[in-house]
Ligand binder design. Structure first.
Ligand SMILES: Nc1ncnc2c1ncn2[C@@H]1O[C@H](COP(=O)(O)OP(=O)(O)OP(=O)(O)O)[C@@H](O)[C@H]1O
Length: 359
């Protein structure tokens, strides 16, 4: 297995940068998810790593070898990169074992050795005993495991997953997530996993690279991404963070600073070195918003309250900024009613860093 380094990688199509100045260092054995909305450059990044596209500038290194820079590019088949696609791409006329062993047959590997490698790969993905089946007689999840075994049998130095669960139903997705996590634990494979599904990325990855219009918006562990988003895009993309305008009143001390939000003062978490400034933003979650029990907080109007079972979806217009609408959920017992006046208090929040830096 191998370390993967993307060093200031840019990929332009004519004058459009699909990937722009992206630097990521993926450790040997790490599980990295690449997450972002449609069109943010995930697939282009995957194709660059696999070797189907050449970088416009920057460099890609796999296991210490330069595989792509502006001077040249190593062919995909020489990179030892395995790919598991969304649509499995299995050959229907071949058995499971033949599908898995195809690359070994092409490489003219000794038959007994090849058979053993296929058996080992089947065991790695928990498909022992199904080698003689045709893909048509497997479930979607089993087919995806065959695709994984087929890529593993070639002993890749890293494995790329291209939205592998996108075609599966919700229940199967959850169980395949568990399978992928167990597989990663067993094999210590370096994995780059492309997805637009944040719960999948959170459940599986050691770190997540969030992409935004070709750029790396943030590279962080799932918890840090959720609790300490680097900019507004990450804050609103990850679990629909609630963004509120804020003025920073005091400099950072022990990871906190005082801010004024909608006329009310509160203490929020922040990065080291934050200084007083106007026009900032904080990010908070539904669970951070409560009905004020005293004079603290800000007043406003409940514009809409829609009960959804267990919680209500609330739209709230603060008096201090009537153009702003806060969307959040209030868990049972729901007390905010349509048209009611209320005073809300924000328990905790995170100051979006000044520069919106990537990490
Ligand atoms: N060969 C190409 N020529 C021109 N533009 C391209 C090419 N390939 C990708 N793009 C553009 O680059 C941008 C990024 O595309 P990419 O497929 O990498 O995004 P994505 O994040 O994988 O999106 P999705 O989740 O919808 O698959 C898009 O605006 C796309 O139109």
């Amino acid at each position: 297995m191998a370390r993967l380094i993307l060093d200031h990688v840019t990929k332009s199509f004519a004058d459009f940068d699909a990937v722009k100045d992206v630097s990521i260092d993926v450790a040997d054995g790490e599980f990295l998810a690449v997450l972002g909305p449609s069109g943010c450059g995930k697939t282009t990044l995957l194709r660059l790593i696999a070797g189907f596209e050449k970088v416009t500038s920057g460099e890609i290194r796999i296991g210490g070898d330069v595989v792509s820079n502006s001077g040249g590019s190593i062919a995909p088949e020489k990179r030892r990169v395995g790919i598991v696609f969304q649509n499995y791409a299995l050959w229907p006329h071949m058995s499971v074992a033949e599908n898995i062993g195809y690359s070994l047959k092409v490489a003219k590997l000794d038959k007994a050795v090849a058979r053993q490698k296929v058996e080992d790969a089947l065991a790695l993905v928990n498909l022992q005993g199904l080698g003689e089946r045709r893909p048509a007689n497997l479930s979607g999840g089993q087919r995806q495991r065959v695709a994984l075994a087929r890529c593993l049998v070639a002993a890749p130095s890293l494995v790329l997953f291209d939205e592998p669960l996108a075609n599966l139903d919700v229940h199967l997705r959850a169980s395949m997530e568990d399978e992928f996590a167990a597989f990663h634990k067993r094999t210590d494979t370096t994995i780059v996993y492309i997805t637009h599904d944040q719960t999948e990325a959170m459940a599986l990855a050691d770190r997540i690279a969030v992409m935004d219009r070709g750029r790396l918006a943030q590279l962080a562990r799932p918890r840090d991404l959720y609790h300490e988003p680097a900019n507004e895009m990450v804050a609103s993309f990850i679990s629909q963070g609630i963004l509120l305008p804020a003025d920073v009143l005091t400099g950072e001390e022990s990871g906190h600073c005082k801010v004024r939000v909608l006329g009310s003062e509160l203490v929020v978490r922040c990065r080291p070195g934050e200084r007083p400034r106007a026009g900032a933003r904080i990010c908070c979650r539904s669970a951070d918003i409560e009905i004020s029990a005293d004079a603290s907080g800000f007043d406003g109007l409940v514009k809409r309250a829609v009960y959804q079972g267990g919680a209500a979806r609330i739209e709230f217009t603060p008096q201090a900024d009537p153009d702003l609408t806060l969307h959040f959920e209030q868990p049972d017992p729901v007390v905010l009613e349509n048209g009611a006046q209320a005073r809300l208090h924000i328990k905790s929040g995170w100051l979006i860093p000044a520069a919106g830096a990537a990490s």
